[in-house]
Design a protein around this ligand. Structure first.
Ligand SMILES: C[S@@+](CC[C@H](N)C(=O)[O-])C[C@H]1O[C@@H](n2cnc3c(N)ncnc32)[C@H](O)[C@@H]1O
Length: 229
């Protein structure tokens, strides 16, 4: 981390960072443990985390958090749990949250797919956001891409009926892979299926940092919006 990020981490982690065992404190010690494959997922305790119960939204990979802060600020009615593995990005996210005075976000440093599998209970999320996930461009690395049939099934199972999964990418082959995968998932419906499957930009999503990079390199942006049946 650079000095600014170190300072932001020190100043703000007490305000916005949550630890994995804080997600469900009532079951701390009994919470799902990735080392114990069959331990049951437990409900996220929104009162303890956010001080209120509200539609729960998870964002996977906020990156530097500029768009995350703007989106949470524009959607004060939601509780947003942003899950990111990259510590400097989390520190930068804190700076953006502080700049906008955002109160409805908590940030968890973890592998989001693992948290989705082992912590988030079925039928509990109002929305899942996955904006510009790592594209893993080389063919030999495609298997590292997060959007797979198994992941789509996992997301669908964690969304409430009528809940939304928003995705975007600037890599056309990944976009087509996403569309194929979500179209094959029987628990998800695509409101835009009749017009090719691509959605308009989510109304609350500003241009993200990685989207700007893609646009700068003259790549097209592909959005998807799926609804849990
Ligand atoms: C290409 S960046 C996009 C950042 C941001 N959404 C944007 O559009 O500017 C992808 C981000 O996802 C994070 N990431 C990748 N895999 C992850 C995982 N399994 N759990 C949490 N974060 C992850 C990376 O660290 C990175 O910050």
């Amino acid at each position: 981390m650079n000095d600014v990020q170190k300072r932001a981490w020190e100043a703000y982690s007490g305000r916005w960072l949550v630890e994995r065992d804080q997600l469900s404190p009532a079951r701390a010690g009994h919470a799902a443990d990735p080392a114990v494959p069959d331990s049951p997922p437990v409900e996220i305790d929104q009162m303890t985390l956010f001080g209120r119960v509200a539609p729960l939204v998870i964002e996977i990979g906020p990156g530097m958090g500029d768009a995350t802060a703007a989106m949470a600020s524009a959607r004060p009615e939601i509780n947003l749990l942003a899950i990111e593995v990259y510590k400097p990005g989390i520190a930068q996210t804190f700076s953006h949250l502080a700049r906008l005075g955002v109160t409805n976000v908590r940030v968890l440093r973890a592998d989001a797919a693992e948290v989705m599998r082992n912590v988030v209970i079925p039928d509990s999320l109002a929305e899942l956001w996955l904006f510009f996930p790592d594209p893993w461009r080389k063919r030999k690395h495609h298997k590292r891409r997060i959007v797979t049939p198994e992941f789509a099934d996992l997301v669908a199972s964690r969304l409430q009926s009528g809940g939304s999964w928003y995705l975007a990418t600037d890599w056309e082959d990944y976009a087509r892979q996403m569309l194929r995968v979500v179209s094959a998932c029987e628990s998800l419906s695509n409101p835009y299926a009749a017009s090719g499957g691509w959605a308009p930009r989510a109304p609350f999503r500003p241009e993200t940092r990685f989207e700007k990079r893609g646009l700068g390199a003259e790549r097209a942006i592909f959005d998807l919006h799926l609804v849990r049946r």
